[in-house]
Design a protein around this ligand. Structure first.
Ligand code: SAH
Length: 378
């Protein structure tokens, strides 16, 4: 007879949920701490490795639980050291995860959904359509996989991942519970132990979810603004029609309330030639950003086939930046990384079995089997 019970995947349980799991088994709390460390600090894949746990409990765990990361389809390393993983999740779709080394920092960019439901006009993930939310195990599994790719995990060794940004595929706030559980694992001292300043959730601006997030978390927040007024933002980021700029800025200010006064919101602004890169738009953006403690990150548009947009010239980007800087807005320009392995912002496409049929309305960007070459440009 085949087993029919579904085992609980402990990889995705937040610290609180793992405690509840052990309580239900009639076990002590500290078992949760032990198992948390085994999984997330030592990279354990089976209960049999957990030598400080009795054989009887290990057997019990084997019967009802498992540690099951998603499957790695491929790993690519680009010349600049950027690594990209294609990860297959249950149901057959794939998502992408990218590790970007820069000086002493190693930032992992993870996905939260298979595809994305928001359909921002300049984002290739959006063009793939939407399939489903990732489970918490699939979200945190990306961190687990990235760290394990460097060899045995060592909690006392050098950190292989110093920062995590939820800037891969998907809108994290549309997958609220699983994303929050995963960020709790990232920030828990018995799991990945990253500080709240080193875990950043990026959102296109789901206003009610920003307020809800503040009730349960204080992760760093980044906002994908991309336009200085509603008229343009309505076109680039359609969710703006529901939650316009003023409401979004108010929500950001509420998010910062009660946090240390040194905390700021990161504003992301993808620059597209002739669309949002003009000096008068920079001046308009200054007025918007005056209302919020923030820093600005300008992202030169990363092209993909049939996007209809182009990257501005370096001169245009620098002129825009100069206007912001002279207005005392801290501004950085994001260097494009991992270009030749299609690992740059907005280039993460995975393999989305689209449920929205949106992808059929455009010419497909990807026409290949997962695991083959990752160079999608002709
Ligand atoms: N949905 C979330 C998380 C995605 S983050 C959000 O919108 O914030 C990915 C970041 O890259 C966002 O700021 C997004 O707007 C930006 N981006 C998307 N497509 C891009 C492209 N082609 N070139 C440069 N940046 C892009």
């Amino acid at each position: 007879m085949t087993e029919s019970i579904t085992k609980t995947n402990l990889l995705g349980l937040s610290p609180a949920k793992l405690e509840a799991f052990f309580a239900e088994l009639g076990e002590k709390r500290f078992r949760a701490t032990q198992v948390l460390k085994w999984i997330h600090q030592l990279g354990a894949e089976s209960f049999d490795e957990m030598t400080n746990i009795s054989k009887a409990l290990r057997e019990k765990l084997n019967a009802v639980a498992e540690i099951r990361p998603p499957e790695v389809v491929s790993q690519d390393i680009s010349k600049d050291g950027t690594r990209k993983w294609v990860i297959r999740v249950e149901g057959g779709s794939c998502v992408e995860t990218v590790l970007i080394p820069e000086g002493t920092r190693r930032t992992l960019c993870i996905s939260s959904q298979v595809g994305c439901s928001l359909n921002c006009s300049f984002c290739s993930t959006g063009k793939q359509g939407f399939n489903r939310n990732l489970t918490a195990a699939e979200v945190i599994g990306q961190v687990y996989i990235a760290i394990k790719s460097f060899g045995p995990m060592d909690p006392n060794g050098e950190r292989q991942v110093t920062n995590v940004v939820l800037m891969g595929m998907g809108e994290p706030l549309m997958n609220f519970d699983n994303v929050v559980d995963s960020t709790q694992l990232m920030m828990d001292d018995n799991a990945y132990g990253l500080s709240k300043r080193r875990v950043t959730l990026s959102t296109a601006g789901v206003v009610p979810a920003i307020d809800k997030l503040r009730e349960v978390s204080d992760v760093s927040l980044a906002i994908s603004l991309h336009a200085p007024n509603n008229e343009l933002r309505d076109v680039l980021v359609p969710i703006n029609r529901r939650y316009p700029i003023d409401q979004l800025i108010d929500a950001c200010n509420r998010y910062l309330e009660g946090l240390s006064d040194k905390r700021v919101i990161t504003i992301e602004y993808t620059m597209m030639a002739g669309v949002n890169d003009q000096p008068h738009q920079a001046r308009e953006l200054v007025k918007v950003l005056r209302r919020l403690p923030c820093k600005l990150n300008l992202i030169p548009f990363n092209p993909f086939p049939n996007s209809g947009y182009e990257r501005p010239s370096d001169a245009a980007i620098q002129a825009f930046k100069q206007i912001m800087v002279t207005s005392n807005i801290i501004t950085t320009v994001r260097r494009t990384r991992g270009d030749e392995i299609d690992a740059a912002c907005g280039q993460l496409v995975g393999q989305v079995q689209d449920r929205t049929r949106r992808s059929q309305k455009i010419i497909p960007v990807v026409q290949e089997e997962p695991g083959l070459s990752t160079d999608r440009r002709a």
